[in-house]
Design a protein around this ligand. Structure first.
Ligand code: MG
Ligand code: MG
Length: 246
């Protein structure tokens, strides 16, 4: 059973999503070489609370911080720690905002100082795979159409798509059905209907797509130690297409 949202609920999620978008842009503007991941977490927490919202991830399944910070070969779920950002790093920041009873979820990957061409291409392809898949969303398409688009877009450009982690429905809970794999077959899976709200989140690797758990017990990193990128938006399916809430 996929919980459906009415237009007034989607409107609330849009307000929460705006806070989340502003949080991520604020963090991108503030993150510089020499800053620790703990400082970024604190900036995020302060910003979200100041906007009368709560960080969704804090305490979720005992997650100890407000956001996830995943640097270089860490794909997702990195716990902010004492690590200090360096020139040439790429960092994915994944955050959730709980506002007036609803969650929104979004992630961006950006660079610290100068990065090489390969890292830039990885970030761009991940962002474009998400944007292209969102462009397909309207009532009547199948979940597999989204999954297929992302996999096809990424693999045609020579990158890997992570299999074990998926996107998800979102609303009163941060993770609701359906699961949304980033690989799959066109025309397969459930049909999208008006009122569904989905978090789509391609996780893309520079090399092989296989992953392993980090030593902190939360982070997920590439097995081959190569870079990974992650973008995510929360999107509402509406009558004539979709609305990006974040
Ligand atoms: Mg997320
Ligand atoms: Mg998510």
């Amino acid at each position: 059973m996929i919980p459906s949202k009415n237009l007034s609920e989607i409107k609330i999620m849009q307000e929460g999503g705006k806070i989340l978008r502003e949080t991520l842009l604020y963090l991108e503007s503030r993150a510089v070489a020499g800053m620790s991941l703990l400082e970024i977490d604190r900036l995020a927490s302060d910003f979200i609370l100041k906007n009368n919202a709560k960080p969704s991830f804090l305490g979720y399944e005992n997650f100890p911080k407000s956001i996830c910070t995943s640097v270089n070969d860490v794909v997702v779920h990195g716990i902010p720690n004492e690590y200090t950002l360096k020139d040439g790093d790429i960092i994915s920041v994944d955050a959730g905002v709980f506002y007036k009873g609803f969650h929104t979820d979004s992630a961006i990957t950006f660079s610290i100082g100068k990065i090489d061409k390969g890292a830039r291409a990885l970030i761009d392809v991940t962002k474009q795979a998400l944007a292209g898949s969102i462009g397909l969303i309207r009532p009547g398409i199948r979940l597999g159409d989204i999954s297929f688009f992302i996999q096809d877009y990424v693999e045609k450009r020579g990158f890997g798509i992570v299999r074990e982690l998926v996107g998800h429905g979102i609303g009163r809970k941060i993770h609701e059905p359906p699961q949304i794999p980033n690989y799959g077959k066109k025309g397969s899976g459930i049909m999208l209907n008006e009122g569904m709200v989905l978090a789509i989140e391609p996780m893309v690797t520079e090399g092989d797509y296989h992953i392993k758990m980090s030593d902190d017990g939360w982070g997920i990193e590439t097995k081959d130690g190569k870079l990974a990128a992650h973008f995510e938006h929360t999107i509402a399916v509406v009558k004539n297409g979709s609305i990006i809430l974040t």
